[in-house]
Design a binder for this molecule. Sequence first.
Ligand SMILES: [Zn+2]
Length: 395
Amino acid sequence: MTQSFSNPRSGAVPQTPWETACALSRSRRDFLRSAAGAVLGSTLVSASPFLRGEEARRKRKIIVITFGGGARDQETFAPEGQDNIPNMLRELAPQSSFFTHVTNQGILGHYVATASLATGVYETLNNFSAVPPEHPTVFEYFRKDLKRPSSDAWVVAPSNGFNRIGESASRAYGQGTGARVILPKHLLSAANSGATANFEHLLRDNYENPLYTPQIGGGEVELQQMENILRLSVDDFMSHAKTLSSPDELSVYIARRLMQQEAPSLLWITMHDIDVAHSGAYSLYIEGIRRTDRLCLELWKAVQSEPEYAGNTTMFVLPDFGRDSDYDAGGNGFQHHRTGDAASRTTWMMVLGAGVRQGVVYEEPMQSIDLVPSLGALMGFSPEQSQGKPVRELL
Ligand SMILES: [Zn+2]
């Protein structure tokens, strides 16, 4: 039997979306306590282990991993899903501060939701158009306030639709003040001279709307990125690409290369494999979850093995939002995120690494838009237009 948070195993049946969200957060907390041995954050009184000195701040690196298309607890943290996320549950969660109640109150489309995560404002842009976010991004705040060069903020993004995510339309900032964006599919397309043969599985894009098929471009700019920034020859890149099985594997490969060659202090990676769920194939959805679980550990291990990152990196992992429950008549279960029900809006965040309390689970509610102010508080920049607030438990 599968479990739904609309129908919890015990206790009163939740009535309102808020009660459902709280029940979801609570049961997620309990799964983590029993499977990962996490303790409740509210029982802690110790001061934050974050180092506040100027030197520590200057060296600090932040990696943010978001998933485009979350997964439900019955396929992840609940007992019946735990086999799908062995690495997150047994390796990463025990080292993490884990937040079980993250609400996305914005539009549930992947580009607009990722833009909201990056600006700290619920953006209202058209999810299916390549436009910049309206409000300043975390990358612009970070670079302006801390006077960092463009090489210090990078985004690895899944598709053409994300190519404007690095900087906003805000006049207070402007062109060239945000993150540099790398689109691994474009690199691959450029390296393959525009041909898609043999690489269709790495170029799959946008599972959500079959009518929207962004052009996978890729040309001179991408070839220069490959040669001058990643320091990869086309031959090496192509021979490695042949060993990969999904777009997210390609993204992680590029992210690791960026870590080695550019060592950005702010690195944002958006993954998208799980969203294959829109196809309706449950087995592919599960495969996407398992792959994402493996790739998160791979990135965490890369942090430990890179001298620029080991010991001074804080990694954030969070889905952009959830997926529909099995019990909302307006949806079709795991397949989509179109009902706006509590399951599709209530997600989580895992934070681990430098300065983070380990093995702690928090159920205090937070919102997607609280990410940017939290990053600002940790790194020492001021996201003045963000509408969220720093997560107290991280400070
Ligand atoms: Zn989706």
